[in-house]
Design a protein around this ligand. Structure first.
Ligand code: FES
Length: 315
């Protein structure tokens, strides 16, 4: 996949621990188009690759706008952006990709937690341009941590702000979702506890009306032991490899000299997507919507496994 060369044109504090970063093509060209909900994978020094949602206007082709939160447990990505990124720096990044597509719906309820508001901003611009009804509930620990507050405040009653410290606790998700109008599509991006609450209290809604963009993997429930693992047959190279319990398909492929692109290694970004020619994958990622999984002929090999004893991969 070809990489874009981008130059940093602006780095501004949006809120406490939130930066707004603007980028343009290093050669001054038009940038590839993106859809609301899309993200960029930035290639940072030290071989780090990190995904950041595009917050800007999808019609704008001269700049990309990102919101980057400083993660308390940063593995280097947000720490680098907050500590070292400067105007004029050049970065490589992959073309925009979208795991959080806005489907055509009569109305939308957006629920954002903290920096999870960035993809929602792009969605709101689209809804405004198309005249679609929308509402946003934007939660953060405190008002000083709310990036893009001013911009959102201008939308008046369509945006409800919830600050944990002012409200005396986290957002009451159950009450919020209990009277959701029929046909509403709910889009949620934020910390894992918020996403889990929306998944739990939105279970009365159609599964394909709930949309999530995970930026950290939720706590896993204990899984039943897998037995002896499974086999993968590689269609193009002809190799057969055993995937034991406790090792991922990606790790087995790497250990045997097969290069598969990857980024998060947690089933969050979609970078390691690999074609499945035969067999039944067990999808354990946070990218594919549940309703689509039975028809899929691809899998994310960093986390997903097999239901059948063998899988044939398009490698
Ligand atoms: S590397 Fe991100 S989903 Fe597999």
């Amino acid at each position: 996949m070809s990489l874009l060369q981008l130059r940093v044109t602006s780095v501004q504090a949006e809120a406490r621990d939130v930066l707004r970063v603007e980028l343009e093509a290093a050669g001054g060209d038009e940038l590839p188009a993106f859809e609301p909900g899309a993200h960029l994978t930035l290639h940072l020094p030290g071989g780090l690759q990190r995904q950041y949602s595009l917050a800007g206007d999808w019609r704008e082709r001269r700049r990309y706008v990102l919101g980057v939160g400083r993660a308390a447990d940063s593995r280097g990505g947000s720490a680098y952006v907050h500590g070292s990124l400067r105007i004029g720096d050049e970065l490589s990044c992959s073309e925009p990709a979208n795991n959080f597509r806005l489907v055509d719906a009569p109305r939308y309820l957006f629920i954002a937690g903290g920096i999870g508001v960035t993809p929602i901003l792009a969605m709101i611009r689209w809804c405004e341009a198309q005249g679609r009804p929308w509402q946003l509930v934007y939660a953060a620990r405190s008002r000083v941590r709310m990036g893009f507050h001013e911009e959102l405040h201008a939308h008046g009653a369509k945006v409800r702000f919830h600050c944990d410290d002012e409200a005396g606790g986290p957002l009451a998700v159950q009450a919020l979702l209990s009277d959701t109008a029929p046909q509403t599509h709910v889009y949620c991006c934020g910390p894992a506890p918020l996403m889990e609450a929306v998944r739990e209290h939105g279970s009365h809604l159609d599964e394909d009306h709930l949309h999530f963009e995970w930026f950290s993997a939720p706590a896993l429930e204990a899984q039943a032991p897998e037995g002896d693992g499974f086999w993968i047959d590689l269609k193009r190279s002809g190799a057969s490899l055993h995937v034991p319990p406790g090792q991922s398909v990606l790790e087995v492929l790497e250990a045997n000299g097969h290069e598969v692109p990857f980024s998060c290694r947690e089933g969050l970004c979609g970078t390691c997507e690999t074609g499945v020619c035969d067999g039944e994958p067990e999808h354990l990622d946070y990218v594919y919507p549940p309703a689509q999984r039975p028809q899929l002929r691809t899998m994310l090999v960093c986390v997903s496994r097999a239901r059948s004893p063998r899988l044939t991969l398009d490698l």
